[in-house]
Design a protein around this ligand. Structure first.
Ligand code: ADP
Ligand code: MG
Length: 238
């Protein structure tokens, strides 16, 4: 579970081509980071994989099955956004439980899964609070908890830390990496921050105007960048 293969995927909005034909294989359990400047198509690519946008052409396979006709809720993927998208009137417990209630699981199962996720994310003391009573980092953990309980084949993160201050970003980076180690689930992580890419990724996909400039491990990209764009992006800390 968790292999994602893109074959000749393209995306246009009207007459504007945002993703030219793109091929990419993400192995089960990999932590893959999409990096590139603002507007290069990172979010679009993630939304195509999630099914929030339809491909213009090409195929996206999830675990060997063509997913392009499968609606987002049935792709077995969980998306985590930077704007937590929590329900402000619901407690942390109910926010995390929400997808399980939608799936009509029984209460005992829901409680067990919510408490397990809260334990992993250090949210146990906050289960009865509402999002407004939490810090930014805690809110982001609730959003991740809501993804975890669905036991997805892959997690899709779209710049999840960009609303957090620098110190918290470093902590959350470590927490997400630890979560990846313990769950061993595929994670695709979008960022424009090369430090995040270098420290978190098994594999980095460098995007430029919707095109893949290079795919490789952080070390490969750092030591053998294919061109000036990659070198400039990976080599220069901001
Ligand atoms: P990134 O996440 O890398 O900043 P995006 O994927 O959001 O980039 O956007 C890539 C390009 O596609 C941008 O030029 C953006 O304006 C355009 N785009 C994204 N979504 C839409 C849309 N719904 N309609 C028209 N253009 C869009
Ligand atoms: Mg984006």
């Amino acid at each position: 579970m968790g292999e994602i293969v893109l074959k000749g995927v393209t995306k246009s909005f009207g007459a504007v081509s945002v993703i030219p034909p793109l091929d990419l294989t993400i192995a089960n359990g990999e932590f893959v980071v999409f990096v590139g400047p603002s507007g290069c198509g990172k979010s679009t690519l993630l939304r195509l994989i999630a099914g929030l946008e339809d491909v213009s052409s090409g195929v996206i396979e999830i675990d060997g099955k063509d997913a392009t006709a499968i609606p987002p809720a049935h792709r077995g993927l969980a998306m985590v956004f930077q704007s937590y998208a929590l329900y402000p009137h619901m407690t942390v417990r109910n926010n995390i439980a929400f997808p399980l209630k939608m799936a009509r699981l029984d209460k005992a199962t829901i409680d067990r899964k919510v408490e397990a996720a809260a334990g992993v994310l250090n949210l146990t003391p906050y289960l009865d609070r509402r999002p407004g009573q939490l810090s930014g980092g805690q809110r982001q953990r609730v959003a991740i908890g809501r993804a975890i309980v669905r036991e997805p084949a892959a997690f899709l993160f779209d710049e999840p830390l960009s609303n957090l201050d620098a110190a918290l970003r470093v902590n959350m980076r470590i927490e997400i990496s630890e979560l990846h180690s313990s769950l061993a689930t595929t994670m695709i992580y979008v960022t424009h921050d090369q430090v995040e890419a270098m420290t978190m990724a098994d594999k980095i996909v460098v995007l430029n105007a919707g095109r893949i400039e290079q795919v490789g491990s952080p070390l490969e990209l750092y030591s053998r960048p294919r061109n000036r764009f990659v070198a400039g992006f990976i080599g220069s800390p901001r």
